[in-house]
Design a protein around this ligand. Structure first.
Ligand code: FRU
Length: 519
């Protein structure tokens, strides 16, 4: 009974723990950014926002600050940390590919975004079309200059795919327009500082070359050239500036176009939340697009105002969402604490219940042992014959089902039964019916009562009394009489009809054969 009860308690505990376990797997997504600038900041914020919608997604960010070496190291360290998926914008096409291959070969899904790798080892690619951007910007420039003018190009980082593709697109757009002359194609690296310096050098070497328009591979580059030109030539001399990125918000490309600092830009979409959705689909084994081309658009003075307003509104909403998330986070944190407290109180209650049950079982066992001890004492001690009045009382009490006989009543009853047994045991013919009749009870009543008090049946008690008497007799019978004979005599004398059966019972009771007693 103890074991069953404990088993049930443990099972209940186990089921409760299992029932509360969260079956959703926890995903760690590594994000390897080649750079750190306002475009990447916006994207990282969107990635975080996307992850808010999945409570089992954790992001680990790394920014390589335009260094190939650092990015390779960071990817390897993300892999060592045990990420489940890698999102990567490779700084240059060739240099980062081996690290990306290592991730892919390890069985980790890889999403390459925005910049390309030379390897085919990636799970999905997501970006806007950089060649198309360069081409459309080229066409815009042609029309803006009415097919006639000089252009200074500041390229993006050498070896990075958007730089190559934007340049190619631009060159293809102007190649058949003889009036458009590229007076310089300078190597930039996406940063404003480098654009400023390289432009300054070029201007120093090309003092008399007129620049009608600067095409920067991104807005920051275009602005660097602008600063350089305005400081070198004072006022800029009517030069127009075009870039790419078209970010919303303070000092973003859209605002720069609206404020006429840039003539045009091109929205280079960040779409971090979309990248997270793609990642989760891959991780959950759901269908996904291997190559995703993001929509993009030209920003000019015609639409800059509207785009800026829309962008600001979107950013405001994103900010609200962020605040909401923080609120939800702190609420969930509170709930978590509550949860722990609940678990703890449940644990304490469970411990209490187990203690009480164990205590109860221990107590029950002690009580049983005590009872057994009392019964055996009662049966074995020399008892005065019980007064008749008690016997009657006992009999009456027995007929009432609810009433529990006291220990005194029980001992008196036992004493009386022992008397009857001792008086009748020599009679081998005596039956339980006879004994019951002597106790003024039916056979069944006697059986129940004796069994309840002693745990043994009347027959068992009769037999053990006979054996006890036999033992006494064996100790005292004449030793000159042959051993077999005396054992048989004793067996008959205490009411056994077969000496062999007597010997068997004797051995069971005392662990030795009757002959041994005499020896
Ligand atoms: C941001 C950035 C953008 C540019 C893109 C090219 O890090 O430099 O300004 O459009 O990367 O990959």
């Amino acid at each position: 009974m103890h074991k069953q009860l404990l088993g049930a308690l443990l099972l209940a505990l186990l089921l409760t723990i299992l029932g509360c376990a969260n079956p959703k797997p926890h995903y760690i997504i590594g994000v390897s950014q080649c750079s750190a600038d306002i475009w990447r900041e916006k994207q990282n914020a969107e990635l975080r926002m996307g992850a808010y919608f999945h409570d089992n997604v954790e992001l680990k960010f790394a920014a390589a600050y335009d260094s190939d070496e650092r990015q390779v190291e960071q990817i390897d360290s993300l892999l060592n940390d045990g990420i489940d998926l890698l999102i990567v914008a490779p700084n240059q096409v060739q240099t980062i590919s081996p690290a990306i291959d290592r991730a892919y070969d390890k069985g980790i899904p890889v999403i390459v975004f925005e910049r390309k790798t030379s390897s085919q080892k990636y799970t999905a690619f997501i970006s806007a079309d950089n060649y198309e951007m360069g081409r459309v910007m080229g066409e815009y420039i042609v029309s803006r200059l009415h097919g006639q003018g000089t252009v200074l190009e500041i390229k993006g980082l050498e070896g990075s795919s958007p730089a190559i593709e934007r340049h190619n697109g631009f060159m293809d757009a102007i190649k058949d327009v003889p009036g458009i002359k590229v007076v310089g194609s300078l190597q930039g690296d996406w940063t404003e500082e480098t654009a400023y310096e390289t432009t300054q050098q070029w201007l120093a070497n090309n003092k008399d070359v007129r620049v009608d328009l600067v095409f920067g591979a991104n807005d920051r580059t275009a602005m660097g050239a602008r600063k350089s030109l305005t400081s070198a030539r004072g006022g800029g001399g009517g030069t127009l500036y075009c870039g790419i990125d078209g970010l919303p918000g303070e000092n973003g490309g859209i605002q720069l176009v609206r404020d006429s600092l840039l003539d045009a830009s091109y929205i280079y979409p960040t779409h971090g939340d979309q990248i997270i959705e793609l990642a989760v689909n891959i991780l959950e084994g759901k269908p996904y697009e291997k190559e995703t081309m993001l929509m993009s658009a030209l920003v000019t003075s015609d639409n800059a105002k509207v785009l800026q307003m829309q962008g600001e509104e979107l950013m405001r909403q994103a900010d609200r969402l962020d605040q909401l998330h923080e609120k939800a986070d702190s609420y969930l944190h509170k709930l978590d604490i509550q949860h722990v407290v609940n678990w703890m109180s449940m644990g304490v209650i469970l411990l209490l219940v187990v203690t009480i049950v164990l205590f109860y079982l221990y107590h029950l066992r002690n009580l049983k042992l005590q009872q057994e001890r009392v019964v055996s004492t009662l049966w074995n001690m020399e008892i005065e014959p019980a007064p008749v009045a008690d016997e009657t009382k006992e009999h009456t009490a027995d007929s009432s089902a609810d009433e529990k006989p006291s220990v005194v009543a029980e001992s008196a009853f036992l004493a009386r039964f022992r008397e009857v047994v001792e008086a009748r045991m020599e009679d081998s013919e005596v039956s339980v019916d006879d004994l019951a009749a002597e106790m003024s009870l039916s056979r069944v009543q006697l059986y129940r009562k004796i069994k309840t008090i002693t745990g043994s049946s009347p027959v068992e008690l009769l037999r053990s009394t006979r054996l006890k008497r036999a033992y006494q007799m064996l100790l005292t019978t004449d030793k000159s009489v042959s051993e077999d004979k005396s054992v048989s005599e004793v067996a008959y004398a205490v009411g056994f009809t077969a000496p062999s059966y007597f010997s068997k019972c004797f051995k069971e009771e005392y662990g030795m054969v009757p002959g041994d007693v005499r020896k």
